[in-house]
Design a protein around this ligand. Structure first.
Ligand code: PMV
Length: 309
């Protein structure tokens, strides 16, 4: 099937989620898991996603709301393929959970878009892929900052600001991060909408929180470049406190962050939309991160270690 495959990266947000929707910077890192997709010619445009067991046809409305969102997102992409393109069957395999703050929806979109382009012989730039992915993401998230689409397409470790290209960041030393799933479904759409309402109600206070997060991000970038991981960990904790004031955490995520810190994590915070989904914790090195991950597993959470360089 060579030539008809596409992949999209999953990502974690190290610092800056939600404030990034309001124009502040955020730091994100791609993870080695994401989505793989394959496209073949078919009688109509359709998409299957495993292991979700979901199948949608671009032209046929779905009665179930989540499937209908997926169908509409896929239809947005199909409409933007070159005119006269043959219909395609896209089969995608998710390597990360959805609704977990790991950019699953953007990873799926980028894998599907790249598979379609490969099957049709379309050569598209990263920016074109990102633009298509954003059309998909707008269906799911309403007001995406674009960080997920940019990271799913380009990968790496980078600083992102809305409307600007990703600015790659080089780490002064490998970051050993634990990614652990609370098991609670987090709706990015609902969380972004909630922060939007808070901002509409009290713009001065909310902008102050966003500005504090922006300062954490800028300091975090310097800490990463200098390899100062203890400082980065403190900034992650501070970011978590600020996310808490925006009511984005849950008691489970808080308990997980506390457990990680008790196991010696340099810092811990939720990642992505919040309201459930995943948290991340920074270990001293990969072996220490594995100890933290094991502790979270014994509490019943899926956890894995990612090394970011
Ligand atoms: O929950 P995720 O993985 O889609 O991450 C969302 C990140 C937010 O900053 C909350 C939203 C956005 O569009 O940037």
């Amino acid at each position: 099937m060579a030539g008809t495959e596409g992949t999209g990266h999953g990502k974690i947000i190290l610092l800056g989620e939600h404030a990034v929707v309001f124009g502040r910077p955020a730091l994100a890192a791609a993870i080695p898991r994401g989505c793989r997709a394959e496209a073949t010619f078919a009688a109509e445009n359709r998409l299957s996603v495993s292991p979700w067991g979901v199948h949608v046809r671009a032209d046929q409305a779905e009665p179930e709301p989540d499937r209908e969102l997926l169908r509409r997102a896929f239809a947005e992409v199909c409409q933007r393929l070159p005119e006269g393109s043959r219909a395609l069957c896209v089969e995608a395999v998710m390597e990360i959970p959805g609704g977990a703050g790991l950019g699953g929806s953007a990873a799926l979109s980028v894998a599907a878009i790249r598979a379609c382009h490969a099957a049709l012989g379309v050569s598209a730039s990263d920016d074109e892929v990102i633009a298509l992915s954003l059309a998909w993401e707008r269906v799911f998230h309403g007001n995406p900052s674009g960080i997920d689409s940019a990271m799913a397409t380009r990968g790496g470790l980078a600083l992102y600001r809305r409307g600007e290209p990703l600015a790659p960041v080089s780490a002064g030393g490998a970051l050993a991060l634990v990614v652990a799933n609370s098991g609670e479904h987090g709706s990015t759409h609902a969380m972004v909408a909630s922060v939007g309402r808070q901002h509409a109600r009290d713009p001065i206070k909310t902008d102050q929180i966003f500005d504090a997060i922006a300062a954490v991000v800028q300091n975090g970038k310097t800490a990463i470049e200098a390899g100062e991981h203890a400082r980065l960990g403190q900034l992650m904790d501070l970011n978590q406190t600020l996310l808490n004031t925006l009511m984005l955490s849950t008691s489970t995520l808080e308990a997980m962050c506390q457990a990680a810190r008790a196991a010696g994590a340099l810092g811990a915070k939720l990642t992505g939309g919040g309201g459930g989904g995943c948290m991340i914790a920074l270990g001293r090195d990969a072996a220490h991160a594995e100890v933290i991950a094991e502790g979270l597993r014994t509490r019943g959470h899926d956890a894995f270690v990612v090394e970011v360089t």
